[in-house]
Design a binder for this molecule. Structure first.
Ligand SMILES: C[S@@+](CC[C@H](N)C(=O)[O-])C[C@H]1O[C@@H](n2cnc3c(N)ncnc32)[C@H](O)[C@@H]1O
Length: 304
């Protein structure tokens, strides 16, 4: 029996919890000695694939700092519990002003635990920074957010991650994807999950057409396998990058329907077709694995 997916303590828009089983199934068909993620985000994919060796990068230094601190034992399940319990009590008694006090404190002198507090008590659990690099997500309006059960849940997530990190050889680094791709060698496997073009315009998630083109060029010239996830279409529109950038004869494409629970607007909550693009043919069996609790239709497609 397969184990339930491991859930990271951080939430973020575009989190691939429901796609992990498919990515995992595809990765299992390939031989590789190091897993590389240029856009690791919440880390949910690596945490579930659990490669022995990995390079996990992101430009968001707050995400990387949190994982580095867990890795070096500076943040533990116990320190997380203590912190969230005491900060949660202040939130309960002072309400909204306390959320904004922590947000200001974080923006002046960021710490990974304040980042975690904000991520788990902000509106919709998104990670969003303004153009000056300041966290600007409003309050979720739940003063009792850090009730004991919720703190225990987050604490257990930190504990599980700590256990994984003890058993693997992973490196977390703040890097732009161009630098990360330049570090890839033969025998690596790159999983790329970039921000969606035109959807996010904030400090860590701004993503231009030029970025998309540079990513395709970088992935296309890698000395190893890659798998990229991006959005294909939703009921309103189709991602123009699919035709313009990703429909190369040497790339393969698998499409599947996917639903996001984390989103800053209702628009992001509509079902969407996700595309998985690779430089190797993905086996059909991989398409049969359904996202967790997600009996959806899928279509198999090839860009070749
Ligand atoms: C769609 S999210 C990744 C989500 C992740 N796969 C998950 O399941 O949680 C995209 C990530 O790319 C990061 N990012 C944005 N621009 C970047 C860049 N130029 N280089 C590296 N990372 C970048 C963002 O900070 C964000 O964490």
């Amino acid at each position: 029996m397969s184990r339930p997916p491991l859930v990271p303590p951080l939430k973020c828009q575009g989190i691939k919890t429901k796609l992990v089983s498919v990515i995992q199934k595809i990765a299992e068909t390939r031989e590789y000695s190091r897993w590389i993620e240029p856009f690791c985000g919440s880390g949910v994919v690596a945490l579930n694939v659990q490669p022995k060796k990995a390079l996990l990068c992101d430009t968001n230094r707050h995400i990387i700092s949190l994982y580095q601190d867990i890795q070096r034992g500076k943040i533990t399940a116990a320190t997380t519990k203590e912190f969230l319990t005491s900060e949660g009590e202040k939130l309960k008694s002072q309400g909204e002003p306390y959320y904004y006090e922590v947000r200001t404190r974080f923006n002046e002198a960021p710490t990974p635990l304040d980042f975690l507090f904000l991520n788990r008590s902000c509106f919709n659990g998104v990670i969003r920074f303004n153009r000056k690099g300041k966290f600007n997500v409003p309050y979720c309006h739940k003063p009792e957010r850090f009730a004991q059960a919720y703190v225990t849940k987050i604490t257990n997530q930190v504990r599980q991650i700590t256990e994984v990190l003890r058993s693997v050889d992973w490196t977390f680094e703040v890097r732009d994807f161009r630098e990360t791709l330049a570090m890839a060698e033969a025998g690596d496997f790159v999983y790329a999950d970039p921000p969606y073009a035109g959807r996010h315009v904030d400090y860590f998630n701004s993503w231009s057409d030029a970025d998309e083109v540079a990513l395709a060029a970088g992935l296309g010239s890698l000395p190893c396998d890659f798998l990229l996830s991006t959005w294909h279409s939703n009921e309103f529109r189709t991602n123009s990058a699919i035709d313009l950038v990703w429909s190369r004869a040497d790339f393969h494409m698998l499409k599947r329907e996917h639903f996001y629970h984390v989103g800053s607007s209702e628009n992001l909550r509509h079902p969407m077709i996700e595309a998985l693009i690779s430089n190797f043919p993905t086996i059909e069996e991989a398409a049969i694995v359904r996202p967790v609790e997600q009996p959806m239709l899928f279509a198999l497609d090839s860009a070749a």
